[in-house]
Design a protein around this ligand. Structure first.
Ligand SMILES: [Zn+2]
Length: 461
């Protein structure tokens, strides 16, 4: 059915001219946008359809409408392990060691329900496309468990098949119980690509190959994954240069900086994005810019683990594609996409001064930046032919009181709000602030029960 949104206070297009249309309107048919402009200029045939009840009409009066936000880094299963006391005050490596054993008790049901929960939270915060990096598969868990959750929730999904193969006994960081054999990883990766990957325009599901990090897999697996991904046209994703220890590990084990290591492995290009890159050096920034290699910036997680301030200003000036990631819920216990855009802006200012990032640049990174890093040209902007992914924020809410001078900037400067409505692939998934694709109280009840049960299993081991 045709969907017509009318009368938005401002419609932020993120199109080539970065138009912000007062009294904005758009028309969607199925997964794609047909028309975007001012309500006063709505073509007669659409006006007639709206008047005659042949289209679903969304009245956006009092709202700012933006392209759906894009989250490029997450570990959704970690929603079960928020605010774990033993991991509250640690840096990355000891934080991981405190959590690995707990995660070894995850079940397929836990993966499924935590993914639904994490997606609900993201959708309500303005996110319409997300990636999830699942890199441990205990007790029969599979990437299929999170893919099924995404399909139920109606989110556009880049499912990253993570992996760990370098256990402690082989000099890696994770305990042996959570790692897999490399042959099995590659076999399952191929199965997932063949079974699920959809490379078409407006695709709702793409598979990504994502060995977890340089300190948890071998060079061979990084190389083989890249070969497999490129043979099938899927993207590559991992963690890189997250903090000083991460860089020290790379220099000690490989004799290379993280960026040199990535280049050596063939892990650069438009089809690759790396999470964090807090410690990417100037040569690394130049390499990423030259090759179109993407960065998922995760400001809350970087602050939570005291990893540092990623040089996003320098990356953007050099032309590195930068997107946002909320990161896993165990290192950013609040996964709010609009909130992440706000923290990205604030953290760059702490590092590089008050003009280091504007509100509009933060919004651009959260939309167009995400699309580019995921190697897509059909999301991140509202224009004819783009995917019908858009969200609306209610400017009459108390958090925006007095911010009518610049409602677009207010989205990033003011307390992060939840959306009043969200449309993904032409389907209304949030209406009047309520999620339509899941019975949220039921999902949250299951999630509470499973989070308790995960801790009981770990305690009884
Ligand atoms: Zn991560």
């Amino acid at each position: 059915m045709t969907l017509i949104a009318l009368n938005a206070d401002v419609l932020v297009t993120m199109d080539a001219q970065r138009r912000e249309i007062k009294g904005g309107a758009l028309v969607a048919d199925g997964p794609a946008l047909l028309w975007v402009g001012a309500t006063a200029e709505l073509p007669a045939q659409y006006r007639r359809m709206a008047d005659e009840g042949q289209a679903r009409v969304l009245d956006m009066r009092g709202k700012v409408v933006t392209p759906g936000l894009v989250n490029t880094h997450h570990h959704m299963y970690q929603s079960l392990t928020r605010a774990v006391p033993a991991a509250q005050d640690a840096e990355l490596f000891s934080w991981l060691q405190n959590l690995y054993m707990l995660w070894s008790h995850l079940t397929p049901e836990m993966i499924h329900v935590s993914t639904q929960t994490a997606m609900a939270e993201l959708m309500l915060s303005g996110c319409t496309t997300t990636s999830d990096h699942l890199y441990l598969f205990p007790n029969g868990s599979r990437l299929d468990d999170s893919i099924a959750a995404a399909q139920q929730m109606g989110m556009r999904f880049h499912a990253a098949r993570g992996s760990m193969s370098l256990g402690r006994s082989k000099g890696g960081l994770p305990p042996d119980v959570v790692v897999e054999e490399e042959e099995a990883i590659l076999r399952d990766s191929l199965r997932l690509i063949q079974q699920y990957h959809d490379g078409s325009r407006h695709s709702m599901l793409r598979v990504v190959l994502a060995p977890c990090s340089p300190f948890s897999v071998t060079r061979d697996l990084m190389r083989e994954s890249a070969v497999l991904a490129r043979a099938h046209g899927v993207s590559l994703h991992t963690h890189l240069a997250e903090n000083d220890n991460d860089v020290a590990f790379s220099r000690e084990k490989f004799g290379l900086t993280p960026a040199q290591y990535a280049e050596d492995l063939g892990w650069v290009g438009r089809d690759v994005w790396h999470a964090h890159c807090v410690k990417l050096d100037p040569e690394g920034i130049a390499l990423f810019a030259r090759t179109g290699t993407g960065v998922a910036h995760c400001p809350c997680s970087n602050m939570r683990l005291a990893s540092g301030i990623a040089p996003i200003r320098g990356m953007r000036d050099a032309g590195v594609p930068v997107a946002l990631g909320v990161d896993g819920s165990a290192s950013n216990d609040g996964a709010h996409m609009l909130g992440e855009a706000r923290q990205a802006m604030l953290l760059q200012r702490v590092g590089y001064g008050p003009a280091a990032m504007s509100a509009r640049e933060a919004l651009e990174i959260a939309t167009l930046g995400g699309a580019r890093v995921l190697n897509r040209d059909d999301i991140g902007a509202l224009a004819p032919g783009m995917s019908a992914d858009f969200v609306a924020f209610d400017m009459e809410a108390v958090g925006y009181a007095g911010a009518g001078h610049d409602p677009v900037a207010a989205l990033v400067f003011c307390t992060p709000a939840n959306v009043s409505s969200s449309v993904i692939n032409g389907r209304v998934v949030v209406e009047d602030g309520r999620l339509l694709t899941a019975d949220l109280p039921v999902v949250l009840g299951q999630h509470r029960r499973l989070a308790r049960s995960l801790f009981e299993r770990a305690a009884g081991q």
